[in-house]
Design a protein around this ligand. Structure first.
Ligand code: UDP
Length: 489
């Protein structure tokens, strides 16, 4: 038995789509271990995301009085890489530069390390954990379908000589129906540094002691079975997958009233139940060229439905990752649009409290870029979607939402024209989503309601996520010769 309380060390990727859910997974592990472990979070100074450090500060402040044993450690800043074009390439180089600092931080901890959990973009750090003989788990903030594809990628890379986008027929993503090559994640379409990094991660994920995936097991059963059944890597079984499902609650601000209440939430209070379609496109989306802004405005005006549209401004040139600025709506929107729609629409020009918005009973549908956090936030509240994939692996997820889960109405997105959507197509999708008589919309609404029940059950005692976290906490404690409190939840 170790003398001090062992700690789980999180090495997150400090961006909005990865950090919060990983941190939540860490807290769930602590609770599952019933006070037998602490949590240590190693933060990189991810200065490339403008709103990021304030998010990290919020997180720390919130946890200060939570009673959980959590320690935050800020790693020294590194020089931002200048030789790494492409978002993925930039991020991987950025993480690689932290290796010595992470090694020093791990070596200097007072507590024994039960396990290191590293974001799946940080597999270069597996060299550090190997040198220190520490068990390492990967944290996968995207869908199990994406994990299956990444694990399959090294073999696919050997099978296909040219670019994957040019391959004949569909791509075999284990557990999924055949995926058209045109829907592959952006970094996988053509070979280059971003692609090579993904192949690299596919190989290195196989070294992990386990992979924690942010998903609801009941939403992706076939893919999870395919991974567990060894269908991704010829002749080898993938590491055990542990699912951690969302358990979302609204913020204190959204519960309050009067001045405390966020403007978007207060506006929703005045709208009838399930009457508003939300349009929000993640941390890097929402900034559209003027012709696309006009098409969206036309579609919303003609649909006649209520809407809350998070519209962002241009992305500043020369930053590592493309985070948009606030929008100047007067400049961007067609003349008279705001006046004509003022009784039924709100255009929000900056970062919005999406989790609180999607939780509001006035929201009836979500036009989403299909970031995985946004998808799970929507399903947690039973909100059906219209997928408008923009970047990363979002086309794959859009396909899964429509063709596998049935929780979304299909929308035609022209990938060759920069993911352009015509006004008439968006109008049709919004009408279908928001209660038209079309079978597709009705089915999406029913399936989203079913998904909500699955999400809620997964985190209840005995549910898939609950059981998974308990099993993993026990396994981590066993690494350092400890046992979990049997009564822990
Ligand atoms: N988000 C938000 N306000 C915004 C845009 C995004 O709160 O205006 C949140 C959203 O709720 C989600 C996260 O940022 O939790 C984005 O993660 P996701 O995986 O959906 O997309 P990504 O940004 O990684 O593409």
């Amino acid at each position: 038995m170790a003398s001090a309380c062992p700690t789980i060390v999180l090495v997150p990727l400090c961006v909005p789509g990865h950090l919060p859910s990983m941190f939540e997974a860490g807290k769930r592990l602590l609770k599952s271990a019933g006070g037998a472990m602490s949590l240590t979070v190693l933060f990189t100074q991810m200065t490339m995301a403008a709103n990021l450090m304030s998010d990290v500060d919020d997180l720390i402040r919130k946890e200060a009085g939570s009673g959980l044993d959590i320690h935050f450690h800020h790693l020294p800043a590194v020089e931002l890489p200048t030789d790494s074009p492409g978002a993925e390439n930039f991020i991987m180089r950025f993480i690689q530069l932290h290796a010595p600092h992470i090694k020093a931080a791990l070596s200097g901890l007072a507590s024994p390390v039960a396990a290191v959990v590293a974001d799946y973009f940080c597999t270069t750090l597996f060299d550090v954990t190997r040198e220190l003989a520490l068990p390492v788990y990967a944290y996968f903030s995207s869908s199990a379908s994406m994990l299956a594809l990444i694990l399959r990628l090294p073999a696919l890379d050997e099978e296909v000589t040219g670019d994957l986008v040019d391959m004949e027929g569909a791509v075999d993503v284990p557990g999924m129906p055949p995926v058209p090559a045109a829907l592959l994640p952006a970094p996988l379409m053509t070979k280059g540094p971003n692609y090579e990094w993904m192949v690299y991660h596919g190989k290195r994920l196989m070294e992990a002691a386990g992979i924690i995936v942010y998903t609801v097991a009941e939403l992706e059963p076939a893919v999870l079975a395919a991974i567990a059944g060894g269908r991704c890597v010829p002749g080898r079984r993938a590491p055990t997958v542990y699912t951690v499902s969302p358990a979302l609650s609204v913020s204190v601000k959204a519960q309050g009233d009067g001045e405390q209440r966020h403007e978007c939430v207060a506006w929703l209070d005045a709208q009838p139940p399930a009457s508003v379609v939300l349009l929000c496109f993640g941390s890097m989306g929402g900034s559209f060229p003027p012709p696309q802004v006009s098409e969206i405005a036309d579609a919303l005006e003609r649909s006649g439905h209520r809407f809350l549209w998070v519209l962002r401004g241009p992305v500043p040139a020369g930053c590592g990752a493309p985070y948009p600025t606030d929008a100047n709506v007067d400049e961007l929107l067609p003349e008279g649009f705001l006046e004509r729609t003022k009784d039924r629409g709100l255009v929000w020009p900056k970062w919005a409290p999406q989790k609180d918005i999607i939780a509001h009973s006035a929201i009836g549908g979500f036009v989403t870029h299909c970031g995985w956090n946004s998808v799970l936030e929507s399903l947690w509240h039973g909100v059906p979607m219209a997928p408008w994939p923009l970047y990363a692996e979002q086309h794959l997820k859009a396909f899964e939402l429509v063709s596998v889960m049935g929780v979304a109405v299909a929308m035609e997105v022209d990938r060759e024209r920069g993911n352009f959507v015509e006004a008439a197509e968006l109008e049709r999708a919004v009408r279908s989503l928001m209660g038209g008589s079309e079978e597709e919309g009705q089915k999406a609404r029913e399936k989203a309601a079913e998904a909500k029940a699955l999400c809620r059950n997964a985190v209840e005692e005995g549910g898939s996520s609950y059981v998974s976290m308990q099993k993993l906490a026990r396994e981590m404690l066993a690494h350092c010769g400890c046992e979990a409190d049997a009564s822990a939840s």
